[in-house]
Structure formats: C-alpha cells, structure tokens
Write a protein that binds this ligand. Structure first.
Ligand SMILES: NC(=O)c1ccc[n+]([C@@H]2O[C@H](COP(=O)([O-])OP(=O)(O)OC[C@H]3O[C@@H](n4cnc5c(N)ncnc54)[C@H](OP(=O)(O)O)[C@@H]3O)[C@@H](O)[C@H]2O)c1
Length: 199
C-alpha cells in the first residue's frame, strides 16, 4: 500500500515509518525534512500537499501540537493555536483527503490519554484530544464505505518520559504505539479509538 505519514520525522512517526516501510510504500510529510512539506495549522498547505501526492491507500497522522500550561495562564491565542493545530489540522487532513485516498482507504488520527485522564495544565490538550476522538467516530460514520477513520490515543510514551527526566517504565514504548497505527491500517475497523496505555 501507499501510505502517507504526517509527522514522519517525530518520535511516533519514525517508529510508524520503521514498522511499515518493509511492506509498504511510505511517503513522509512534516513541516521540514520529509518527502513532502505540510503545516497542519495551515489548510492551504494541506491542500497543496495532497495535490503533490498521487493517490494513496492510507493517511496516518502522528503530528499536531497543543499548548500545555496552567488554565489561569492560558491566553486566547493559546486556545486558538491548539484548536487550529492538532484539532483542526487533523480534521482538515480528513476533509481535504477526498479524491486523494483510494476508495475504502484508511485514515488514522492521533489523540492522547489526556482526553480521558486530564492533569493540571492539560486543559487545551484535553479539549483537543477529546475533539479528535469525537471527530474520528463521527467522520467514520459519514464516510462508511468510502474510507475508514480511526484514532490512536497514546498514553505517555516511554521515550518522552525519559526526555522529561521521568521513569521510562511508566510509559509505553513508541514501538508499541506504532503497532496501533498498523492495526488501523490493516484491520477492517472504523470509528475505533485505540488506547495504548501502560496499565
Ligand atoms: N509522545 C507522547 O508521550 C505522546 C503521548 C500522547 C499523544 N501524543 C501525540 O502524538 C503526536 C506525535 O507525538 P510525538 O511525541 O511523536 O511528537 P514529536 O516527536 O514532536 O514529532 C512531531 C512530528 O510532527 C511534525 N509536526 C509538528 N508540527 C507540525 C505541523 N504543524 N504540521 C505538520 N507536521 C508537524 C514534526 O515535524 P516538523 O516539526 O518538521 O513539522 C514531527 O515529524 C502528537 O500529536 C502528540 O500530542 C504524544
């Protein structure tokens, strides 16, 4: 299959590329350093990326940012940034995919554990992650028969915890999260939110 991976140079994206590359034709996208350049926060750049791409069988997004900060310090701009970037970026990735993804193709988005398990500082991230889950389920309904839409919701990733000076063992290795994206690509599922968490 031809698979577009947005966020291909990131921690999770690199693992997805590593996992899928032996069996699939992977096309990477990110703001810099990938086959294709795209900024999720800019709808025109998503449209432009799809126009440069021949049709693909699947799109996987392992990208998108939201501002993590205490509620009382969050500005209007912080909320706007978060909604425009990780939430609407992925919504637009699905909306603009029409005509660029083969009939019956697969679209996989990324949310995160803070949708269900908020913590201090996660207000915008939690909104965004919950929105992605809701959008994924409803888009799957509307696109049934045309495209499958699923969401991977990772818990804290081990490598990220290690980079933050915390115990790697409290998280899920990026390679394990990558398996969830592979499931969404290969299994006949749609409207699923796959949580990948350390229990
Ligand atoms: N790591 C975790 O513990 C964890 C846990 C739960 C959820 N998540 C979610 O998983 C996703 C990936 O996380 P990660 O840890 O792999 O992040 P990462 O290492 O920072 O990688 C992010 C990737 O996305 C690209 N990117 C960033 N902003 C972009 C934009 N506006 N448009 C297009 N591409 C963009 C980056 O490349 P460029 O900078 O060149 O664009 C990079 O390829 C994020 O949505 C994150 O919220 C992560």
């Amino acid at each position: 299959m031809r698979v577009l991976i947005v966020g291909a140079t990131g921690l999770l994206g690199k693992e997805v590329v590593r996992l899928l590359s032996p069996e699939h034709q992977v096309i990477g996208a990110s703001r810099k350093g990938s086959d294709l350049s795209v900024d999720l926060a800019d709808k025109a750049s998503i449209v432009s990326m799809y126009h440069q791409l021949e049709t693909v069988d699947a799109v996987i997004c392992a990208a998108g940012a939201a501002k993590f900060a205490p509620l009382e310090s969050l500005t209007d701009e912080d909320f706007a940034f978060s909604l425009t970037n990780k939430l609407m970026g992925q919504v637009n990735l699905v909306r603009c995919s029409v005509g660029h993804v083969e009939e019956g193709g697969s679209l996989t988005l990324t949310a995160g554990i803070l949708a269900q398990h908020p913590m201090a500082g996660s207000a915008t991230v939690s909104i965004v992650n919950a929105g992605i889950e809701a959008f994924g389920r409803s888009a799957a309904l509307e696109l049934k028969g045309k495209a499958r839409v699923n969401v991977v919701s990772p818990g804290w990733v081990s490598e990220t915890l290690a980079a933050m000076g915390q115990a790697r063992s409290a998280g899920v290795p990026a390679a394990a999260v990558a398996q969830a994206y592979r499931r969404c690509l290969l299994e006949d599922i749609t409207g699923e939110v796959i949580q990948v968490v350390k229990w």
